[in-house]
Write a protein that binds this ligand. Structure first.
Ligand SMILES: C[S@@+](CC[C@H](N)C(=O)[O-])C[C@H]1O[C@@H](n2cnc3c(N)ncnc32)[C@H](O)[C@@H]1O
Length: 260
């Protein structure tokens, strides 16, 4: 398959655990999501837990420590070879494919049940790609199966607009919805939203963003100037500082069920 991730791979593999202050390798940060998945797992006892865009397999490793997955399988689906090689070191079963193209049969044996997991992946689809991705995920799930995902989104539309402007200026195709907007899109794609819970925010720092998206210092200065002019130097989610800028990425945990 073609590499679906692009230049961002530079921060994958062994480097990933350190990114964004260690957000994606911190058990305390993961705890609310792991607890939500554990709860659903205990009620459903699915044959397989599939982490879609599971990266290094960190969440599945955390879930395994809670005893979930006993007698079943934990499967990590991701498009990045470097991420998957870390997951394999952790003894997690891996499937390499894109989240938009994979098929249920690749991750769930025929006749078995699944619980679907995802953290911080939907924004890669961009605004136009989000609805097709949600429909594709729904089509892979059997009616009544659960999907527990932690997705970057904002209660206030103006905060989503601010972060979307920042990511456009950094020349990424990523896009963040407001919470109410995402609820509507999930519903339209056939996902019943049962619960929405808070999750820890991620602190974005311009130096790290520069490394992740291949931006020079001059680009970062220009972006900081433009953001300050358009949104103010200090607001709810964006702050300009002497050495660059910082921004807050908000998250919510959604417990969803595949509707009929
Ligand atoms: C922000 S990381 C999150 C990793 C993991 N879910 C976690 O929370 O620790 C996003 C992951 O999604 C994967 N990814 C992004 N877009 C993808 C796509 N279109 N197909 C497959 N994997 C994708 C990346 O390779 C990366 O591992």
């Amino acid at each position: 398959m073609a590499e679906p991730i692009g230049p961002e791979q530079m921060v994958h593999g062994t480097a990933w655990a350190q990114m964004h202050g260690g957000y994606f390798s911190d058990p305390a940060v993961a705890q609310p999501l792991v607890a939500a998945v554990r709860e659903v797992w205990a009620g459903e006892r699915p044959s397989v837990v599939v982490d879609v865009g599971g990266g290094t397999g960190f969440l599945l490793s955390q879930l395994r420590e809670t005893g979930a997955g006993d007698g079943g399988a934990l499967v990590n689906l991701d498009g990045s070879r470097l991420q998957l090689s870390e997951a394999e070191k952790n003894g997690i079963s891996c499937v390499r494919n894109s989240v938009e193209a994979f098929r249920r049969a690749e991750v769930v044996p025929a006749g078995r049940t699944a619980l679907w997991l995802m953290r911080s992946v939907l924004h890669y689809a961009g605004e136009k790609g989000l609805a097709p991705l949600l429909r594709h995920l729904r089509a892979q799930a059997a009616t009544g199966e659960f999907w527990v995902h932690q997705t970057a989104c904002f209660e206030r539309e103006e905060d989503a607009d601010c972060l979307n402007a920042l990511y456009r200026k950094m020349r990424t195709g990523k896009w963040y919805p407001a919470v109410a907007d995402l609820r509507g899109r999930l519903d339209a794609a056939g996902w019943r939203v049962l619960v929405v819970r808070p999750a820890p925010a991620l602190l974005l720092d311009s130096a790290e963003l520069g490394r992740r998206y291949g931006l020079a210092e001059a680009d970062l200065r220009r972006i900081a100037d433009e953001m300050a002019a358009e949104f103010g130097g200090q607001n709810e989610v964006f702050r300009r500082g002497p050495a660059g800028f910082q921004a807050d990425l908000h998250y919510r945990i959604f417990v969803c069920a595949a509707g009929a």
